[in-house]
Design a protein around this ligand. Structure first.
Ligand code: NAD
Length: 287
């Protein structure tokens, strides 16, 4: 029997727990943890993500402020806003929604955010801490994937884990977290030769590519746990549908457990953002 990992239900549980912890934090510290979300431009997918994040922040009892900037906002204007948010004591977490319009320098923006408020976990200081196994803010998507894996698998130690994709926001931090959990980790990517046979050896397979239905049944070891990070908007029979990187219909017949798209990793990412905002506030107030 293949387990369908219900990311939505698990995310609801996490947000409920964060809400309880936020209430206790407010009571004890007399401070409401604050999340500032910055969106530059009008990318429709980004606007949906920001709306969902704000909705969840409200459910968790966080103070959320949104900053909507025009698509032609200059680097200087964006830098100035980030600097203000860095200095604002009511803001404990800063999230700049990516991707940014082409004329803005993403790396520069990530580095401008105070590492203590970097709830996306993308700042080089947090990346370094993650890789060296020190306390850090962990990128939300891989954090959500790890929570799901830890629930499905009693002991990750010694498992063969394959991560498809090597981006800074998903693939690389995912591989670091799996390594820390004592998995034997292989990262495969667009230049990898013989990807299918490498994946077939995986007890844990994480797909973070951005290609609809790339992972087929033949790529999967029977009983493997499959985490599908991909979100691909594809037209199917005249209708827009969200599909993952994994061919769910095929793979679910042999996997031990699998996340659906939608309703898997996506909701967990947002729930982990709430958790990270609380964590950031706790660290900043020395709790
Ligand atoms: P990215 O484009 O930055 O990276 C994609 C990676 O896939 C690259 O490292 C590339 O080498 C690799 N790749 C490309 N083609 C490949 C192939 N044929 N075989 C193997 N590897 C290949 O993307 P990303 O930001 O890491 O996002 C990946 C996917 O995850 C996207 O669909 C994105 O929308 C989704 N995503 C979802 C969430 C969520 O919350 N669920 C969060 C972030 C990203």
């Amino acid at each position: 029997m293949t387990v369908r990992i219900d990311g939505k239900a698990l995310a609801d549980d996490i947000v409920e727990k964060v809400a309880l912890d936020v209430a206790a934090f407010k009571r004890d510290q007399k401070v409401t943890p604050g999340l500032a979300v910055v969106l530059v431009g009008e990318d429709p997918a980004s606007a949906v993500y920001v709306r969902n994040k704000v909705k969840r922040a409200n459910q968790a009892g966080l103070n959320s402020t949104e900053h909507y900037l025009a698509k032609d906002t200059s680097q200087e204007e964006l830098d100035k806003l980030i600097s203000q948010l860095n200095q604002d004591d009511s803001v404990h977490g800063i999230l700049v929604q990516l991707p940014l319009p082409k004329h803005l320098d993403e790396s520069h923006v990530i580095e401008a955010i105070s590492p203590a408020k970097d709830v996306d976990g993308f700042h080089p200081q947090n990346v370094g801490n993650l890789v060296t196994g020190q306390k850090s803010l962990i990128p939300c998507t891989p954090l959500g994937c790890m929570i799901m894996l830890n629930r499905e698998i009693d002991d990750l130690s010694g498992k063969n884990a394959v991560v498809i994709g090597r981006s800074n926001i998903v693939g690389k931090p995912m591989a670091s977290l799996l390594l820390q959990a004592n998995c034997t980790v292989t990262t495969v990517h667009s230049k990898t030769q013989g990807i299918e046979s490498i994946c077939r050896n995986a007890d844990i397979l994480v797909a973070a590519v951005g290609q609809a239905l790339l992972v087929k049944k033949e790529w999967v070891k029977p009983g493997a746990v499959i985490i599908d990070v991909g979100i691909n908007s594809v037209e199917v029979e005249g209708k827009r549908r969200l599909l993952g990187d994994v061919d769910y219909d095929q793979v679910s017949s042999i996997a031990g457990a699998i996340t659906p798209v939608p309703g898997g990793v996506g909701p967990m990412t947002i729930a982990c953002l709430m958790q990270n905002t609380l964590t950031a506030a706790q660290h900043q107030l020395g709790v």
